[in-house]
Design a protein around this ligand. Structure first.
Ligand code: ATP
Length: 594
């Protein structure tokens, strides 16, 4: 079992380096020194979390609240140091100088869970007290990282991909087993669980045997885009499957069978691990249904009508892929994406449910009645899906499917769906499997914008903003800088400034959001072309959707995003429901260039 000081030293080495390869090497070395329990906890903490992404564990402690609590003990110096250091973690590091024995990694992890689990009246004070008591037992370096974890500013830039690379490097000395890691994590998206398997005897065998478990999200399969209808024929010379493209929220529906054990028991197979002792998954009680977004967020409580329908429909246990869309049953009309998204809230759900009822349109099934069926052909999976549906009222509806080999028929279907207020079509390879997290031409989207110069909108990561001038100076922001993702180097690279498509009211919201993630200098994983340097840098976290006239190339600046940029960009949506790594990649943008 390692100390939290050792973990903090690893965090510090990660923080001090700039290349992703070096980070992978440091993490692979960390895997070597961590035991099975430690590595699981470490995998969550290095990403600033106490649990996998799909467990909604929050500390609910504001930085302001912590500064107040710290000031009661350490005096006014706290605020002064916070300002000077630019981060509360570094400030607390300067405050503590105790010669302590320090805590174990698991001890700190338990303290973090006590903070998470303190709820109800008076809990803010209790949380602050736990924080102070823990800090008192820490050396300065430990206090730096503990504080950053609690206030949500750890930001070591350690993505899940880097961790998976590090696991491969630990096992075979290079990244060649990344495909095994991707398949395991894609089927069961709990990084701590995958990490613990890496430390088992015969790890590759265990990793290869990972299968989906209802209650734990599978990584959603993603779609590619094409530039024309004829390109579909080139991709699928024989038959292909056409489904409507619903414009709402991707939702994975998990139904957990009556006879299935609790999640902890199913995933940990009775092994004694830190989380099962902490009971991360919420007791032995088996929930009936769980809903997850493509970002692995648990949205079960937001859509009670979908949960109820899942309970009532056929199938003892299943995992379905669907899109949740607002639906006006009286007029038989889809609601707009914006209206659907108003259901994505934690409070006032009942009232919203009355005004904006939704349907989940199921288009795939990956697990059925105790068996995973990821590798069955798409056509066959759809036949299994059909069997779950009986006629009648339900908030889960079956998406229609057409199998054809005619581009003309595809065009007709496309027109029909657009006429119904849908976004276009998704074309799928009938014979493909469900590859978790993959984005390839087995699934293709054709959207309304197919005839425009830019066939699709792009999703960019905000890298900073410019102070407004003239009319906009009153907002303190006049344009934002957007970048694409480069998965090879795990960097975000600038492509365009966006200043249009934004109302006065939106500028306020945008600045408010971006000011919560301001960083003093350009983050290591960001590349910005010289002339685009923003006035204020932000941590690359917020994803925006942008439309433009076309993709252009500036050969002079090829070192950043291969010189790609957008002509006449305009903001369509700020703060998308996406992780930065899910933003448009350089290769995708290149493909969109006509
Ligand atoms: P990305 O391009 O990164 O996938 P996006 O969210 O902008 O991101 P869209 O352009 O909306 O993607 O197209 C893909 C999404 O379409 C899927 O993630 C899913 O949410 C939705 N979708 C709607 N209908 C279907 C369907 N029948 N099959 C698969 N996906 C569908």
């Amino acid at each position: 079992m390692i100390s939290f000081l050792k973990a903090s030293e690893i965090f510090q080495s990660i923080e001090s380096i700039s290349s992703r390869n070096e980070m992978t090497v440091i993490l692979a070395e960390a895997v070597r020194v961590l035991d099975e329990k430690d590595i699981q906890v470490f995998s969550y903490l290095v990403q600033g979390r106490v649990a996998p992404m799909f467990i909604p564990a929050e500390y609910n402690l504001s930085e302001k609240g912590l500064i107040n609590a710290l000031s009661n003990v350490y005096g006014n110096e706290v605020s002064v140091l916070r300002k000077k250091e630019g981060d509360l973690g570094s400030a607390v590091e300067k405050l503590v100088d105790h010669k302590t024995k320090g805590l174990s990694l698991i001890g700190v992890y338990e303290a973090l869970w006590t903070v998470v689990n303190s709820q109800g009246s008076g809990s803010v004070d209790i949380k602050a007290q736990i924080f102070l008591n823990t800090v008192k037992q820490m050396s300065p370096l430990e206090a730096r990282y503990f504080t950053r974890i609690i206030v949500g500013s750890l930001r070591l830039g350690c993505s899940t991909r880097t961790l998976l690379d590090a696991f491969s490097m630990f096992l075979v000395g290079d990244k060649s087993k990344r495909d095994v890691m991707d398949k395991a994590y894609g089927s069961c998206a709990d990084i701590g669980y995958i990490a613990s398997l890496v430390k088992e005897d015969n790890p590759l065998k265990h990793l290869e045997e990972v299968v989906p478990i209802p209650g734990i999200p599978i990584l959603s399969r993603l779609v590619e885009r094409v530039k024309s209808f004829d390109e579909v024929k080139d991709r699928f010379p024989s038959t292909f499957m056409v489904q409507p493209k619903y414009d709402g929220l991707r939702c994975q529906i998990h139904k957990i069978g009556d006879s299935q054990k609790s999640l902890s028991e199913r995933i940990w197979f009775g092994r004694q691990t830190a989380p099962s002792h902490i009971d991360m998954f919420g007791g032995v009680q088996v929930p009936k249904v769980k809903l997850f977004t493509r970002n692995l967020e648990d949205i079960t409580d937001m859509f009670p009508e979908v949960v109820e329908s899942a309970i009532n429909m056929g199938g003892d246990s299943f995992i379905l892929d669907s899109e949740v869309v607002g639906w006006n049953a009286k007029e038989k009309k889809f609601l707009s994406y914006q209206d659907t998204m108003t259901r994505r809230r934690k409070y006032g759900i009942e009232e919203r449910q009355q005004n904006i009822p939704v349907n989940a349109f199921a288009f795939d099934v990956m697990y059925l009645d105790g068996k995973e069926i990821l590798n069955r052909k798409t056509g066959e999976r759809f036949e299994n899906l059909e069997k779950l549906f009986e006629k009648g009222e339900s908030s889960i509806q079956l998406s229609p499917v057409y199998i054809t080999n005619e581009v003309e028929e595809l065009r007709e279907l496309f027109k029909e769906y657009i006429g119904m207020g849908l976004e276009g079509v998704i074309v799928k390879d009938v014979d493909g499997g469900y590859s978790p997290g993959a984005r390839d031409f087995e699934w293709i989207k054709i959207k309304k914008s197919i005839d425009n110069n830019l066939v699709d909108t792009v999703d960019l990561v905000v890298l900073g903003y410019y102070l407004g001038s003239g009319k906009r100076s009153k907002f303190g922001i006049g344009a934002i800088l957007g970048g694409v993702y480069n998965p090879d180097s795990e960097t975000y690279e600038s492509v365009t400034k966006i200043g249009t498509g934004i109302t006065d009211e939106q500028w306020g919201t945008i600045k408010g959001r971006l000011d919560t993630i301001v960083v003093k200098e350009k983050p290591k994983n960001v590349a910005i072309e010289g002339i685009m340097k923003p006035d204020v840098f932000v941590s690359p976290e917020v994803v925006i959707t942008v439309d433009a006239d076309e993709v252009s190339v500036n050969r002079k600046s090829e070192s950043v995003a291969r010189g790609l940029s957008l002509r006449f960009p305009r903001l369509i949506e700020f703060d998308r429901d996406k992780n930065p790594e899910d933003a448009t990649t350089i290769d995708e943008l290149l493909l969109m260039k006509k």
